[in-house]
Ligand binder design. Structure first.
Ligand code: FAD
Length: 369
């Protein structure tokens, strides 16, 4: 029996673990936090994931996610356009969805080490040696599902970690008068803010900004007043909503640089393999899809159908062909956001050249799997 360790229990880690355990392959997930917990995320999941989630019994129908089919875009100075979303998505908080997936994984027999950080992963003599603060573990396969930025990236000396990234992410849950089938993306200077509904009639309000905005105004609250409120839609939204967190969830140093899907024999999954810009609303779909592709290959490796070398090479090439163009397109499209002229151009494209706008959206989305 091969031993599998999954470092990180976000979407990518939990889904890989569930799929493997359902096929009789036992695995251990090591997660540095304890469920349930909030994460900075727009919480809109593309419907391309629905067939897979349903087939694995992992679609959270009982949590009553909202169904989202329309997209609204506003420019920095408040010009509005609207498009239907061909595929659409559903809205569910990560607090609920990750907890739901954790419970499903546990029920399938997945073992967990919670509140435990993986400090190092070393590959030697065809085995992995995984260290936490108080444990030394061995494994045949290690999945790196530790998200966009982790101390493991530093330990593995991954090139992207040496470059500073200027992006800061902020998230709230609010109660507000937002149509349940709409995801809106509101531009402001050097950033954009999404709003869409999740479960229980709540809305997710989440934005990405440049750290200079924060430096200039000293606090999140002041920056929102001085910068986000320049867009009249955001001013109305922030002023008329009931904020449900005591303080916002905040993360910084969000990097969209290229990463490698296999690093020192560790199979990277989700954001650990590469992160798409959040405006595409597709990072979670990529995390789920990469977990599906990876677990299928790990199963073949555990059944001695393929060697380690084939496992790594096949995963890397499938990852590149499925996701690398989407990540590149996301980086290019992000240039249309956060400036007055560029965001007006984006709104004009969405109003007057709908086939072009649909083409751009399609570049960042995959097909249902
Ligand atoms: C501002 C913003 C908005 C976004 N909005 C959306 C959206 O609306 N739709 C969408 O599809 N995507 C969105 N995304 C992207 C999405 O959040 C990610 O793509 C997705 O969470 C990736 O899942 P993951 O499992 O790879 O990583 P994560 O969900 O980040 O999970 C990684 C886990 O690893 C754990 N971990 C890290 N290091 C260690 C360690 N050393 N040891 C043990 N555990 C560790 C962490 O605690 C975490 O639980 C957004 C991202 C940002 C920044």
């Amino acid at each position: 029996m091969k031993k599998i360790i999954i470092a990180g229990g976000g979407l990518a880690g939990l889904i890989t673990a569930s799929v493997l355990a359902k096929r009789g392959i036992s695995c251990l997930v090591i997660e540095k936090k304890e469920y349930p917990f909030h994460r900075v995320c727009g919480e809109y999941i593309s419907n391309e994931t629905v067939p897979f989630l349903k087939s694995e019994g992992l679609f959270p129908a009982e949590l009553d996610p909202s169904a989202i089919h329309r997209f609204q875009l506003t420019s920095v100075n408040g010009k509005l356009s609207e498009l239907p979303l061909d595929l659409g998505g559903f809205g569910i908080s990560r607090y609920q969805f990750d907890y739901f997936l954790f419970q499903k994984a546990k029920a399938t027999g997945v073992e967990f080490l919670l509140n435990t950080e993986v400090d190092s992963i070393i590959f030697a003599d065809d085995k992995f040696f995984v260290e936490t603060r108080d444990k030394k573990l061995e494994a045949d396969v290690v999945v790196g599902a530790f998200g966009k930025r982790s101390k493991l990236d530093v330990a593995l000396q991954r090139p992207f970690i040496r470059q500073r990234s200027p992006y800061v992410g902020v998230k709230y849950h609010v109660r507000t008068n937002h149509p349940s089938d709409v995801i809106a993306l509101h531009n402001f200077k050097d950033g954009y803010c999404g709003i869409s509904n999740i479960e229980d009639g709540k809305s997710n309000l989440c934005y990405l900004t440049h750290r200079d905005n924060l430096k200039r105004y000293g606090s999140i609250e002041q920056m929102e007043k001085e910068v986000l409120f320049e867009n009249p839609f955001l001013k109305t939204l922030f002023s008329s909503s009931e904020f449900l967190f005591e303080k916002p969830e905040v993360i910084n140093e969000i990097s969209f640089e290229k990463k490698s899907p296999v690093e020192d024999h560790i199979l990277m999954c989700g954001d650990a393999a590469g992160m798409i810009t959040p405006l595409c609303g597709n990072g979670m779909a990529i995390a789920i899809h990469s977990a599906a592709v990876m677990s299928e290959l790990i199963i073949r490796y555990c059944q001695n159908e393929i060697s380690r070398d084939t496992l790594e090479k096949t995963y890397a090439s499938r990852w590149q062909s499925l996701f690398s163009t989407r990540l590149w397109a996301g980086r290019q499209i992000q240039r249309l956001f956060g400036g007055v002229r560029a965001s007006n151009l984006a709104v004009t494209i969405a109003q007057k050249a709908k086939p072009v706008a649909n083409f751009l959206i399609r570049q960042t989305h995959g097909n249902p799997f």
